[in-house]
Design a binder for this molecule. Structure first.
Ligand code: PLP
Length: 416
């Protein structure tokens, strides 16, 4: 028998092992100043490409004034308790009505957090005789929701409809024995690489198989669909999504989330989602702010237009310069380079210190060994100058990477 902590002392995990060199810089960096296209990192102004404030609402005067007003009106505490017990308000209902109209579903329910919300949605929709079939690249919150499931679960290869069909056959064989049903889960936009889920093709499989479809549209809500009402509208299949989920943490620039669908299903979720029944409801100040944000998104398409002008300028510029941006079909802009983790660290430091550009790096184990993914999130607040400076800097750092400059500088970096 060993001390429980023994394994932690020995192995800090695939990312944790870099902590002594990475913390405060590559991970847990502190971005300071108002949320915008340019923020402060270690006292220096940088072009910020790593914030999901897609529509640029976070620091709009109207939004800041609304949030301040909400703080005065409600404070941070109100209402106290879970929705079901003492945490329910007229404002929650007002927001839910607006959300339902916007995403064209019969009913909606506001959730205290996205992560816990979807975890509970999954847990509540299935019981042990049911099968979940979900995209292997799903966000951690979906994976954790699936972990709670006591019955069978199958993954399908990322966005691979043949693989989904094969797994639906397996699922069908299983539920024929148990008498259960099938839940398919995918995402509107996969946040790491930016591809849209193949929602149309998934929905078409409803002609061959009996299943219900849950969509996590965290990155699609606000950015896709003619009115910003999500990937379901973008692909013209919104009405076929049985349970629609999105968070307020991205385009809405806030905290909280919601789920929409037929009233009977949403009512069932309201009465059974453990993360909502046994946890504090979303504060009124945030609900008040969410109503204002949603009104702005509905009434003012210019935020989304500005966002997409920037997305197109950035992505076209990168492609013209010969960068590999994979198969993105959204605002998420990945730039793939070849290199080791130490090289990636030196490269990103160079970008931040010498070119004033702050973007996230993603390395193994999230992507294959030997690859570096620089992930850029354009927003409505970026300017043409931000894009030009970034394109120029990227060309320069790619040249240095290819010339071996970073490998030489990285020789001193070793994992602990
Ligand atoms: C796809 C996806 N789903 C759910 C969540 C969780 O949302 P929240 O931050 O509101 O908990 C995220 C957040 O990063 C996400 O990217």
């Amino acid at each position: 028998m060993q001390d429980l902590f023994e394994k932690i002392y020995k192995n800090k995990g695939p990312l944790g092992k870099w902590a002594s060199q990475a913390e405060g810089y590559f991970v847990f960096p502190k971005l300071e100043g108002p949320i915008s296209n340019r923020m402060y990192f270690k006292g220096k102004k940088v072009i910020t490409w790593s914030i999901n404030d897609y529509l640029g609402l976070a620091n709009l005067k109207e939004i800041r004034d609304t949030d301040a007003d909400a703080a005065l009106k409600f404070g941070n505490a109100y209402p106290m308790g879970a929705r079901m017990m003492s945490g329910h308000t007229k404002l929650h209902e007002e927001l839910e009505k607006k959300l339902s109209d916007f995403v064209e579903k019969e009913s909606s329910y506001v959730l205290n957090f996205g992560y816990q919300g979807i975890l509970s949605i999954i847990d509540t929709l299935v019981s042990k005789n049911d099968v979940i079939v979900y995209d292997v690249d799903s966000h951690a919150c979906i994976v954790d929701g699936v972990r709670l499931h006591l019955g069978k679960r199958f993954t399908f290869k990322h966005n691979d409809i043949d693989s989904l069909r094969k797994n639906l056959i397996r699922a069908q064989n299983f539920v024929e024995k148990t008498g259960g049903g099938i839940l398919v889960i995918s995402e509107g936009v996969f946040g790491m690489r930016g591809e849209q889920g193949k929602l149309k093709e998934i929905i078409n499989l409803k002609n061959e198989f009996k299943f219900r479809f849950l969509l996590d549209d965290a990155h699609g809500f606000g950015t896709l669909g003619e009115r910003g009402n999500g990937t379901g509208f973008e692909q013209n299949i919104q009405k076929d999504i049985d349970v629609y989920f999105a968070t307020f943490a991205k385009s809405m620039a806030s905290t909280g989330a919601f789920v929409s669908g037929d009233k009977e299903i949403i009512d069932f979720l309201k009465y059974n989602m453990r993360s909502q029944m046994f946890a504090k409801s979303l504060q009124s100040a945030l609900v008040y702010g969410a109503i204002k944000r949603l009104d702005l998104i509905i009434q003012n398409p210019s935020y989304k237009d500005k966002l997409w002008n920037n997305v197109n300028d950035l992505q076209n510029g990168l492609v013209e310069k010969g960068f590999d941006i994979g198969n993105t079909q959204s605002c998420v802009t990945p730039v793939y380079l070849k290199g080791t983790i130490p090289e990636a660290m030196v490269l990103v430091k160079d970008l931040r210190e010498n070119y004033g550009i702050f973007c996230s790096i993603v390395v193994y184990p999230v992507i294959p060994k030997g690859m570096i993914l620089l992930r850029l999130i354009p927003t409505a607040t970026h300017t043409k100058e931000d894009i030009d400076v970034t394109l120029d800097a990227f060309s320069k750092i790619r040249k240095k990477l290819e010339d071996g400059v970073y490998i030489r500088l990285s020789n001193s970096i070793v994992s602990v």
